[in-house]
Design a protein around this ligand. Structure first.
Ligand SMILES: C[S@@+](CC[C@H](N)C(=O)[O-])C[C@H]1O[C@@H](n2cnc3c(N)ncnc32)[C@H](O)[C@@H]1O
Length: 379
């Protein structure tokens, strides 16, 4: 079977995420092709696996099934009433064509005695996630998708409500500390490729965005930080989401100075089945102006020290399996260009840097987040 996946703003990051989730769930039995505006996933696994893959992603907006060339569109709907919409992810099919096609389909549907309404894209060639949701096109209607030489039907769109509930309704937010965007938190967890029985550890958990996403993905989570206030806040956030979303997974939060770990805390980590790490170590206060080069260099150095200490702790644990460690590194904009860590400073013991070309940034921002994936193996 073939499925299309429409990525969000940062296509390269989304593709890396999709590959990680597919590898984690399907093993090697899949193939992904890049079709510019979307990816095609080919797999023999059942549709329920693909649904599970999509539900785990943070960097994708829409997915669906590619239809057989000879399919009769009439058979895709049932009931006496239809609401449908057409989206195009093929550069050669623009809005006017979509409008014409929508009218033609309506005429065909009406002939079969059905009541029909259609929705048109607004300002783009495709329907937005909220148009699909608000018009119930998946649960009660139909979104037809024009791909390059193929047609498809949408099976799911990103659950924006669930993301924004966790983002905006949680009780504690630390406005002085840069908070990791919730979808990026999810992408990073996916890049860590944690197996279901493994726990996720965020050693710089702050108010806990990574932990909240980890719980949403059914992982047991461990969170540690040097800041007691942030830990209290993260605990409040976790109790709140656990109640709101009825999560069953466990969360364990504790104080840990990564530069000065006590034996008892290392023991906690040792007893946990750590299956992967995702974190954003401290990158300095939120910046509002361009930095001086020496300020940026100093922040880059402080950040690197925290990461070095994290790998030192890992070397003192009895980890038996290989794990992935996904870390945000900062890149600061200065008057003399961008400043970030040098790749040759990233040689940690028992560690291989396996992904170094991913980043997350917003337009005009003066800090970019570089996302590095390490593979750690102690023996
Ligand atoms: C950028 S914040 C993490 C944001 C978090 N991922 C979130 O979304 O809320 C960095 C965190 O690193 C913590 N930190 C700084 N120095 C530390 C140290 N030596 N050991 C452990 N945590 C430290 C800070 O207290 C802060 O909460």
């Amino acid at each position: 079977m073939e499925y299309f996946f429409v990525p969000g703003r940062l296509k390269k990051l989304s593709l890396a995420e999709l590959n990680s989730v597919c590898r984690n769930i399907l093993g090697s039995q899949y193939d992904i092709t890049d079709k510019e505006q979307y990816f095609v996933l080919k797999t023999d696994f059942e549709e329920s696996f693909v649904k599970e893959i999509f539900s785990r992603l943070g960097g994708f907006l829409k997915y669906g099934k590619i239809l057989d060339a000879d399919i009769d569109i009439q058979n895709l709907t049932d009931g006496g009433k239809i609401i449908f919409g057409i989206s195009s992810y093929d550069d050669s099919v623009g809005f006017d064509e979509i409008k014409k096609l929508s009218h033609n389909f309506k005429t065909e549907f009406v002939k079969t005695g059905k009541k029909v309404r259609f929705v048109l894209p607004k300002g783009e060639e495709f329907l937005s996630t909220s148009q699909v949701l608000n018009n119930k096109l998946i649960s009660e209607g139909l979104e037809l998708v024009i791909l390059k030489n193929q047609m498809a039907r949408t099976l799911g769109v990103q659950d924006i409500e669930s993301f924004s509930t966790r983002d905006y309704k949680k009780p504690y937010v630390d406005s002085k500390m840069g908070v990791l965007p919730i979808k990026l938190a999810r992408i990073m967890i996916n890049l860590a490729e944690i197996k279901p029985q493994g726990s996720l550890w965020d050693p710089f958990c702050g108010s806990g965005n990574i932990l909240l996403e980890g719980l949403d993905m059914d992982y047991d989570v461990l969170g540690s930080d040097i800041d007691e206030n942030a830990l209290q806040g993260a605990k409040k956030n976790i109790s709140w989401v656990k109640k709101h979303f009825k999560y069953n997974s466990k969360a364990n939060l504790f104080y840990l100075d990564i530069q000065n770990p006590t034996r008892s805390k290392v023991d906690i980590l040792d007893k946990s089945e750590i299956g992967g790490i995702a974190c954003e170590p401290y990158m300095g206060k939120p910046q509002r102006r361009l930095l001086q080069v020496n300020e940026a260099n100093s922040l880059v150095r402080q950040h690197l020290i925290l990461v070095e200490n994290l790998f030192t702790i890992l070397n003192n644990l009895n980890l038996e399996k290989k794990i992935k460690v996904v870390v945000v590194f900062p890149e600061y904009k200065t008057r003399k260009g961008w400043v970030s860590v040098k790749k040759d400073q990233l040689n940690f013991k028992n560690t291989k840097l396996i992904q170094k070309d991913l980043h997350w940034s917003r337009e005009n921002s003066i800090i970019k987040r570089l996302i590095f994936v390490f593979e750690y193996k102690s023996r």
